[in-house]
Design a protein around this ligand. Sequence first.
Ligand code: NZQ
Ligand code: ZN
Length: 385
Amino acid sequence: MNNFTYQNPVKIIFGKDSIGQLDSLLPKDAVILITYGGGSIKKNGVYEQVITSLGKKRTVFEFGGIEPNPLYETCMKAVEICKKHKITFLLAVGGGSVLDGTKFIAAAAHYTDGDPWEILANKAVVNSAIPVGSVLTLPATGSEMNSLAVISRDNTKEKLHFCSPCIYPVFSILDPETTYSLPARQLKNGIVDTFVHVLEQYITMDLNTPLQDRQAEAILKTLIELTPRLLSSQKDYDSRASLMWCATQALNGHLSCGVVSDWATHMIGHELTAFTGIDHGQSLAIVIPGVWKYQFWDKSKKLAKYATNVWNIEGLMEIDLAKAAIDVTEEFFDDMGMFTRLGDYDIDVEIIDRIAERFKQRGAILGENNAITPEVVREILISRL
Ligand code: NZQ
Ligand code: ZN
């Protein structure tokens, strides 16, 4: 097991009616900016619950319209509002995009060294940020309990991430009932995103980490077991609650302690989204089988372990178990109605060439063994047409 340092300061308030605790979590004298997306929170009653909990005595401003794959251009409009009204607390209400956008707004509002895009493009250090709290409505990204944000830029078609301890939410409220209004597409995205977060930290090199492996396997098995119920029953509280907790646990830093992570699927997936607009979860279901096939020999031991411990496949040689693991994962995505091929979204070789070229320009090499060159990215994507 590798050495590691782990600290996660996020306070989680989980469960039914937990939005009612919002008032007690915020300083009485805070100047609050509520941030949200395209309006789902106004249709499903979450906005109403937030406003009721905050009461009438607070100073509250609002900023709506943070889009899926939040745009730098949109976030910068909110930064202006933060400066104008001297906002002291940002309350993100929505999915991962609203949370990520808000984390960037928080950091950009305190950034004084030039254009905040530098935080994303050149990893400029974030030394301070407006405190952020969240009310999560879409279990998927883990943003509610991590220090990561992913931001897109419209005019350059870029999608980049940054990390900083300053952007951990102070608290996140997770009420599974807020997920009842999710369309099937977003629910599937959330399941796949959570599943792939675990796999990116688990299907790498074997460092003899039985606890971390079993923690990963527990989340994967729970998701496999829950998926039929999640997709067939809209108001099954227990399955929604378990999905929500799985998603948070999958990317709060816990699983990556002492192990080596991959993240090639995410890096390639982000480019697919940047160039084509497909959803984050959709991009991952396409890419991961390809990454595994091209990294087969480096990953075969863990793939075989995953086949046995998660999918209960037995009685085969290690290499055949590893192959079966790739097939059964793709089938899992297919069975839930998640496309696994670029052709399913009419994405062709022209986009693949642009993605490979972009990695080449950045000098980016991906994967836990630094073996995925831009040429390999191209081959992986060609194999997924
Ligand atoms: O915008 P509104 O109207 O709120 O609608 C949203 C949006 O259209 C809707 N939605 C959210 N909660 C809902 C709901 N509709 C009905 N009922 C609800 N309860 O769902 C749509 C998608 O929302 P979005 O926030 O974009 O989805 P998600 O949570 O999957 O976030 C995706 C973004 O997070 C990034 C992705 O790259 C992408 O930009 N990621 C962030 C990570 C992180 N911060 O750690 C890690 C991830 O790997 C990922 O990269
Ligand atoms: Zn993800």
